[in-house]
Design a protein around this ligand. Structure first.
Ligand SMILES: C[S@@+](CC[C@H](N)C(=O)[O-])C[C@H]1O[C@@H](n2cnc3c(N)ncnc32)[C@H](O)[C@@H]1O
Length: 282
């Protein structure tokens, strides 16, 4: 019987390919198979050896995609052939990445796995927009929230509680931005609270829109996913701390080459955007 292989769940970081960890990059350079999400930088995929099979299991809006259960089964099947698999996920694999579910499936199947944490977009994207999530004089806590409330994956959100948080960071909230802003005001957050929406943070395509809970939905209309929304007084620090502004030619890093909306937030708006390089599943 073939000895079981191993699955490495590797966090690819938020977009700038240089934000992967040293251990993550070392592992990407040596697997038999890379099973990756759609938002992962193509430059990182190029780091895998030419012989490594690349399997894109990401979701493309309007196209058929693999269900989570099928992705779990794929990882198990490949590992049972004795292969070394890198499961490459955007940001940190355990932050809204279903990495926990994949580890559970592997554990139940008796497949060895390791988790290599990544730089999550929840903190890195605000950082590239010049927004620290905490500051001794402004905010001593931050809360990260899934912004797709009301959708099929939604869990109940305690708006009352959120409206009393200091800094709020919403992921996957583009489509629901008007609702999010409205709910926060309804539950007591002042309507003039500063808000920033950051699209494709950490990459050369980064765009930041600033406003308040009253006008951010209007100002950010048409900005597609992926984007992060930061709410709180901390956003004001951006005026002093902007250090990365690709639009003005300010320190752009190597860009991520995937420029697509996030699958969980299918949007209808059409935008002038760079076309992604097509990924072959071999
Ligand atoms: C399914 S979640 C995965 C989060 C990921 N595991 C992490 O730790 O960053 C995808 C969401 O992350 C956010 N996101 C990821 N990369 C981003 C980027 N470069 N710029 C803005 N938002 C990003 C968006 O809100 C997007 O909808």
């Amino acid at each position: 019987m073939t000895e079981s292989g191993i699955v490495y769940l590797v966090g690819a970081g938020p977009g700038d390919p240089e934000l992967i960890t040293v251990r993550g990059l070392r592992l990407v350079k040596q697997p038999d198979v890379v099973v990756h999400d759609r938002l992962v930088s193509l430059q990182l995929l190029e780091e895998a050896p030419p012989r490594a099979q690349r399997i894109n299991v990401g979701k493309t809006p309007g196209q058929q995609h693999r269900q989570q259960v099928d992705i779990n089964a794929l990882l198990i099947a490949e590992a049972r052939q004795g292969k070394t698999i890198v499961r490459l996920k955007g940001g940190d694999p355990l932050v809204f990445g279903r990495g926990g579910e994949e580890c559970q499936a592997l554990a139940e199947a008796g497949i060895p796995f390791e988790i290599i944490p990544g730089v999550t977009s929840a903190t890195a994207v605000p950082a590239y927009a010049g927004i620290p999530l905490t500051h001794r004089e402004v905010a001593s806590a931050f809360t990260v929230v899934a912004g797709y409330t009301g959708g099929p994956d939604s869990v109940a959100v305690d708006w009352e509680w959120l409206a009393h948080a200091e800094t709020l960071v919403f992921l996957m909230g583009v489509r629901n931005l008007p609702k999010v802003a409205q709910r926060l005001v309804q539950h007591g957050l002042p309507s003039e609270t500063p808000v920033a929406m950051i699209h494709w943070g950490t990459t050369a395509a980064q765009v930041v829109v600033e406003g308040t809970l009253t006008d951010i939905a209007e100002k950010a209309k048409g900005i597609p996913p992926p984007a992060i929304i930061v709410v709180g007084q901390i956003v004001k620090l951006r005026q002093q701390l902007t250090w990365f502004d690709p639009a003005s030619g300010h320190k752009p890093p190597t860009p991520s080459s995937i420029e697509e909306p996030h699958p969980m937030e299918a949007e209808t708006e059409k935008h002038e955007r760079l076309k992604p390089t097509t990924l072959e599943t071999r």
